[in-house]
Design a protein around this ligand. Sequence first.
Ligand SMILES: *Cc1c(COP(=O)(O)O)cnc(C)c1O
Length: 341
Amino acid sequence: MDVYQQYEGGYRPTVTIDLGRLVGNFRRLAARQPSAEAAAVVKCDAYGLGLLPCARALVERGGCQTFFVAHPEEGARLRDGLADLAPEAEIFVLNGPTLASLPVFRAARLTPVVNSLRQARLWTDHHAGEPCGLHADVGIHRLGVPADEIDAALALPGLNATLFMGHLSCAGTPDDPTNDQELERFRMLADRAGKARLSLVSSGGALIGDAFGFDLIRLGVGLYGVSPFGEEVKEVKPVATLTAEVLQAQTVPAGGRVGYSGLFEAKRPTRLATLALGYGDGFPRAAPADGGAGSVNVVVGGAACPVVGCVSMDLVTVDVTEAPGDVAPGDQAEVFGDRMR
Ligand SMILES: *Cc1c(COP(=O)(O)O)cnc(C)c1O
C-alpha cells in the first residue's frame, strides 16, 4: 500500500497520504547525518497522517528501529502495531512518566524521556536500573532538566540514562547564532553523561551542519512533507494532499456580500465556489475573510484562489474568478499538497 486515504467518500474532505514520499523524506534526511541513527517522531498520530501506516512503512522500507511519541498511550498503540514487524523497536516517550502512567511503560516496554529531577526520581524509585532518556534543557525552556540540575539527575542512584538529549530552540532558522550557543551548551553537559548516546536535533537541526548529528537524530515534521525552514528544501517532498469537493458554484454581482456577517464584498462580478470544508475539519476559523493579502489560497481548476468570507463550520467560499475553465459541483479543490508548494 503506497497511497491511502485518511477518511474517504461522500462530501468529507479527504487527506491522501503517499507513504513512498514519507520513506523518501526519511532516507534523504537521514543521509544528511550518515553517522547518526535516524529515529522517527510519530507523536500526535504521526502528525495527523496515521500512526501505524506511517510507522510500519518507516520500518519496512526505511529500516527505522527507534521511535518517539509524546504520550505513553501512543507508545502502547505503537508497540501493538509493530508487534509482528519490529517487536524490539525502541519507543521513547517524550513527555516522560507520571505515577499514573508507570504501568503503561512497563506493559508496553516503553522508554521514558525524563525532563526533570522529579521525573528522574519517579523513574528510579520504581524502575531502578532500567533505561531512560535524559533531556537536558539547552535553552528552549519548554521541557528538560535545567543545566544546573543535570549533575544531580545523573547522580541519582539507579538512573540508567542510555540517551542524553537536548532540543534546539531556533533550528527553524539555520543562521541564528543561538544554534551554535546551544550546541556548545549541549556538548558541555553531554561530557558528564558517561556512555549515554547523544541526540540534539530534530528535522531542522539535522540540516544545519555535520556537528549537530551526534549519535541519533529525531525526525518529525520533515518526514511528513513540511520543510522545517519554511522555504523548500530538497530533502523534503510533500506527503499529504487535502482535497475538498465543490458543492455549489455561482456568480455574484459587484456589491454582493458573502458568508456570515457579509465580511467579503465583491468588487466585481465574482465567481464563487463553496467547498465542503470548514473549521470542523481543522481549517483555520480565523483565516482572513476579505480576500486581500494574507488570504488562504486553495487550488481550484489548477489556479490558486483565495478563500473569501467567514469560514463556517463545514463550508468555505472561494473566489474562483481567475480559475481557468468552468468550476462545477463535484470538482475537487486542493487545499494543500503538491500544487500548493
Ligand atoms: C516534536 C519533537 C521532535 C520532532 O521535531 P520536528 O521539528 O517535528 O522534526 C524532536 N524532539 C523533540 C523533543 C520534540 O518534542
